[in-house]
Ligand binder design. Structure first.
Ligand code: GLA
Length: 384
C-alpha cells in the first residue's frame, strides 16, 4: 500500500512518524479532449493507483521536501516561496499548493517536512502532477487545521499548475483526482464547475497502452493549442460579450469560418464537436448503450488526430490495433496528447493475451514495446 510506503519513507528521511498522510489517485481522461480550459464538458476516471503524501510540522520556519526515490532534500524558507528551476520541478507541485493555500487563508506558524510515495505508472499520462497536488492539498490543509472543500482543493491545484508550475491546463486532472469514485466516471461541466458521478457499467475495465513516446516540445505544443482555442473564441465573440468555445455551436463557427485561419477553425471544430460527444457519451452511459459509447471514444480519437492534431503515429497505431480486438468498446488518446498513452474501455472478458497481441503488433511496427497497464475506477483524494 502506497500510504504505508509514504510513512516508511518519512521515517527514513526525517526520523519520526508523519503527523498526516493523504492520498490522491491518477486519472484517465475518458472523453473530452482539450475541452476543459474551453469551459466545456469532460469525463474522467480516477484510477485505483495513487500518490501518498506524508507531512509533519517543524519547529522552525523551513519547508523541507525529501525526494522519495533519491532521498535528496530541498529546504527553503517559508517566507520566500517562488518557483524552483525546472530540474527541481518535483518540488514545485506541492510548493505551489502550499503558496495558494496560504493565499486562501491557511495560517502557518511553522514550516513542514514532506515526502511522498507513488504506485502510479510512470509517464503513462495519468497525471501524477494532479495526484501530488491533491494529496499535498489534503495533507497540508489537515496539518494546519484549515478545512477546505473539494472544489477549493481543485481550484488551488489548478492555480498552482497555471501560475506556479506554468502549465495552462483546465480542471480535468485535479477535478477527477479529487471527485473520483469507485466504479464511476466523473462528469465535469468546466464552465459552471459542477460535478456529477456517473456509474460505470458493471463488467468493464480499462487498459492503458503507454507508447512511452513523448514529444520533446509537449508543454509548448499544449500551450500553442490553448492559444489557438482562445483565438477562435475571441473571433467568435466579436461584436458581443467575450465567451468561451463551449458557448458556440458548429453553426456559429461555420458562419465565421472566413474570419479565421484553417488551423484555428480545425481546433475550434474539434472542441465544439468534442463537447457534443461528451454529452452523447453521458447519455449512452445512462441508457447502458456500450456499443455507441465505444464508437464515440473512437470518434474522439479521430478528431484529435485529424482536427486537433495532438496525436502521433504511435497512438494512432495503438487505437487501430485495439479496434481489431474483440471485447474492446472503444479506445482513444487520453490526456494532452503529443505522445503518451491510449486508454481502452474493455469488457471484463478482454484478456492479457489480447493486450499482448496489441503490444506485438505495435512492436512489429515501431521496434519497441508499449507498457501495458490494467486498471479500474477507484476513489478520489482522501486523508489516510
Ligand atoms: C492535460 C491537462 C488537462 C486537459 C487535458 C486535455 O491532461 O492537464 O487539463 O486539458 O490535457 O484534455
Amino acid at each position: 500500500m502506497v500510504e504505508i510506503t509514504a510513512i516508511e519513507k518519512f521515517k527514513k528521511f526525517f526520523g519520526t512518524e508523519p503527523q498526516v498522510v493523504a492520498v490522491a489517485p491518477g486519472r484517465i481522461e475518458f472523453v473530452g479532449n482539450h475541452t476543459d480550459y474551453n469551459g466545456g464538458f469532460v469525463m474522467g476516471v480516477a484510477i485505483d493507483r495513487n500518490i501518498a503524501v506524508s507531512v509533519s510540522k517543524r519547529s522552525d520556519c523551513k519547508i523541507c521536501f525529501a525526494n522519495s526515490s533519491t532521498g535528496e532534500k530541498v529546504s527553503l524558507d517559508m517566507g520566500a516561496i517562488t518557483p524552483l528551476p525546472r530540474s527541481l520541478n518535483w518540488v514545485n507541485y506541492p510548493l505551489g499548493v502550499f503558496k495558494f493555500l496560504l493565499e486562501a487563508g491557511l495560517k502557518a506558524d511553522c514550516g513542514f517536512d514532506f515526502t511522498d510515495a507513488s504506485d502510479l505508472p510512470k509517464g503513462a499520462g495519468v497525471s501524477s502532477s494532479a495526484a501530488i497536488e491533491m494529496a499535498s492539498c489534503y495533507a497540508l490543509s489537515k496539518l494546519y487545521g484549515f478545512p477546505i472543500s473539494k472544489k477549493q482543493a481543485v481550484a488551488i491545484g489548478r492555480k498552482s499548475e497555471n501560475n506556479f508550475v506554468g502549465m495552462p491546463c483546465g480542471i480535468l486532472d485535479q477535478g477527477v483526482s479529487c471527485f473520483g469514485k469507485k466504479n464511476s466516471v466523473v462528469f465535469i461541466d468546466c464552465k459552471t464547475e459542477e460535478y456529477e458521478i456517473l456509474p460505470l457499467a458493471p463488467n468493464c475495465k480499462f487498459y492503458l497502452f503507454n507508447s512511452t513516446k513523448k514529444h520533446a516540445l509537449v508543454d509548448g505544443l499544449y500551450a500553442a493549442r490553448h492559444k489557438e482555442c482562445l483565438e477562435a473564441a475571441k473571433i467568435l465573440s466579436e461584436g458581443g460579450k467575450e465567451r468561451m468555445l463551449r458557448d458556440f455551436t458548429m453553426r456559429d463557427l461555420n458562419a465565421k469560418k472566413d474570419k479565421m485561419s484553417e488551423v484555428v477553425y480545425k481546433r475550434a471544430r474539434h472542441v465544439i464537436e468534442e463537447n457534443e460527444r461528451v454529452l452523447l457519451a453521458k447519455e449512452c452511459m445512462r441508457v447502458g448503450d456500450m456499443a455507441s459509447l465505444g464508437k464515440i471514444l473512437f470518434a474522439s480519437h479521430e478528431s484529435s488526430k485529424k482536427l486537433f492534431e495532438n496525436s502521433c503515429a504511435e497512438l494512432d497505431e495503438l487505437v487501430d490495433l485495439l479496434k481489431l480486438q474483440k471485447n474492446v468498446y472503444g479506445a482513444r488518446l487520453s490526456g494532452g496528447g503529443f505522445g503518451g498513452a491510449v486508454m481502452a474501455l474493455v469488457s471484463e472478458d478482454f484478456t492479457e493475451a489480447q493486450a499482448e497481441e496489441v503490444a506485438m503488433g505495435y512492436e512489429q511496427k515501431f521496434g519497441a514495446r508499449p507498457k501495458i497497464f490494467e486498471c479500474f475506477a477507484g476513489d478520489g483524494a482522501r486523508i489516510f
